[in-house]
Design a protein around this ligand. Structure first.
Ligand code: SF4
Ligand code: SF4
Ligand code: FES
Length: 447
């Protein structure tokens, strides 16, 4: 059916929520408390619209569409309403955008620039609330910047069901707080930072490190476990460039992670900034070593399908027995996103029919003269006495392996992986290049 929004005909399904229809059709609708995964709470009143035939403005997050509904988001009346709501939100706000990490991606700042009254009517002192409160799990709270949208409290009560956060007090002393004696310490806690539409909740890991408008971003997939949550990799390759990754952010995928990540995956970006500072070997030396017999290779189950395929062909051409072993940790998985299989592409290992029989691997390892490790984490714990070892690594390794090759990690090399539910997903390389070559290029040189 059709409805009219700002004189434009919009197609939608009968009974759909008006705010969702607007967001889907890229129609600007200011909102704080509504969030796609948390739903509406109706507390912020920022999504007010005029509806033909109704005396008073209505909130779009609690209006269900019906045939021929006529909506205005831009009437003088509605603009005035938004201005008044913003005035109320900003009455006691510190307006410290210049030192706030959210500046540049803050909804309050954006709406203020669009509809703000600019000059405060307040003649008395502002109400003071708590600043830089350490909630635990890497999250800092500034109560004065909060717009009381309850996204964070609804996340801890409805999604993680851990209930650490709540709204305390009334009127202008109402503020977000933590339950006495509690810490925000669930494995998904840092999602509240991303959910917060303003700078009230910030990440200890990211705060004061980068201005967000200097960051570039690439679409990728978290490699922390087999769920394959969708992420944005944010890095600075422009002003004051340090060619470093500064954060992972959740990227919406309704079939996998909605708009959430676990904290382990979110913080796993730090491994990708570890530079390889040792000497690397020459490809020619590897070619010589391949003349030996009884060769075995172990490949990381987090490598992309493209890398696994190239390794498989390389092993076949050089009579190398190839294995992979999953990274299993029974204490990691839960009933939501995290899985006990902490490899990103074990389904890909299976699809390419790479041998993952641990017993067979152990007996072949005993007989092998040459062991080639394609970045598998377990190799360092294995008995490699009297074996000639070649190591392909994405980060620095302290070892006396005979040959070591540094290779680009997943953030600097594009590819495809298959998640625990059989979903095939592509990820892309950052715009700045790694100082390490791509694995497939090294193998190509050896052909
Ligand atoms: S801290 Fe942020 S997410 Fe929580 S209620 Fe305040 S503004 Fe909303
Ligand atoms: S659940 Fe797994 S894939 Fe998702 S963010 Fe955590 S570690 Fe990464
Ligand atoms: S988004 Fe509609 S009332 Fe908050």
């Amino acid at each position: 059916m059709k409805i009219i929004i700002d004189d434009r005909a919009v197609e939608c399904e009968e009974g759909a929520l008006l705010i969702e229809v607007m967001l889907k059709n890229s129609i600007e609708i200011p909102h704080f408390c509504y969030q796609e995964d948390l739903g509406a709470d109706g507390n912020c009143r920022m999504c007010m619209v005029d509806i033909k035939g109704m005396k008073r403005p209505q909130i779009a997050c609690n209006t269900f569409v019906s045939e021929n509904l006529e909506v205005s988001t831009i009437s003088e009346n509605i603009t005035e309403v938004k201005r008044s709501i913003l005035e109320l939100e900003l009455l006691n706000h510190p307006v410290d955008c210049a030192i706030c990490d959210q500046a540049g991606e803050c909804k309050l700042q954006d709406y203020y620039m669009d509809f703000g009254l600019y000059d405060s009517h307040l003649t008395t002192a502002k109400t003071k609330k708590g600043k830089h409160i350490d909630l635990g799990s890497n999250v800092m709270l500034d109560q004065e910047r909060c717009v009381l949208c309850t996204r964070c409290t609804r996340f801890t009560s409805n999604i993680t069901k851990t209930g650490e956060l709540g709204i305390i007090g009334r009127g202008d002393s109402a503020r977000v707080g933590i339950a006495p004696g509690r810490e925000l310490n669930n494995p998904y806690a840092m999602n509240v930072v991303e959910l917060c539409p303003v700078g009230a909740l910030t990440s200890k890991d990211f705060r004061f490190k980068q201005r967000v408008w200097f960051l570039d971003s690439t679409k990728s997939i978290c490699h922390g476990c087999s769920r394959g949550c969708n992420i944005h990799v944010d890095y600075n390759e422009t002003k004051y460039s340090d060619e470093k990754i500064h954060r992972f952010r959740a990227r919406r995928n309704n079939k996998i992670n909605q708009s959430f990540l676990c904290d382990y995956g979110r913080l796993s970006y730090t491994e990708l900034n570890e530079s390889f500072n040792g000497e690397v070997s020459h490809v020619k030396d590897l070619a010589d070593l391949l003349k030996e017999d009884k060769k075995l290779a172990l490949v990381s189950p987090s490598m992309s399908l493209q890398q696994l395929q190239a390794i498989k062909s390389f092993c076949k051409n050089n009579a190398i027995e190839l294995f992979s072993l999953a990274y299993i940790d029974d204490s990691f998985g839960d009933e939501w996103l995290r899985t006990n299989d902490m490899s990103a592409n074990f389904a890909g290992v299976k699809e390419l029919e790479i041998n993952y029989d641990e017993g067979k691997f152990n007996s072949s390892l005993q007989d092998a003269h040459v062991v080639i490790n394609f970045d598998h984490k377990y190799l360092k714990n294995m008995d490699l006495n009297n074996k000639r070892v070649v190591h392909f690594a994405t980060s620095h390794v302290d070892s006396d392996y005979e040959l070591i090759f540094a290779i680009a990690d997943f953030a600097h090399d594009s590819g495809t992986i298959i998640n625990c539910d059989g979903i095939r997903q592509d990820f892309y390389a950052t715009k700045y290049e790694s100082s390490n070559p791509r694995l497939v290029d090294i193998l190509e040189e050896l052909r």
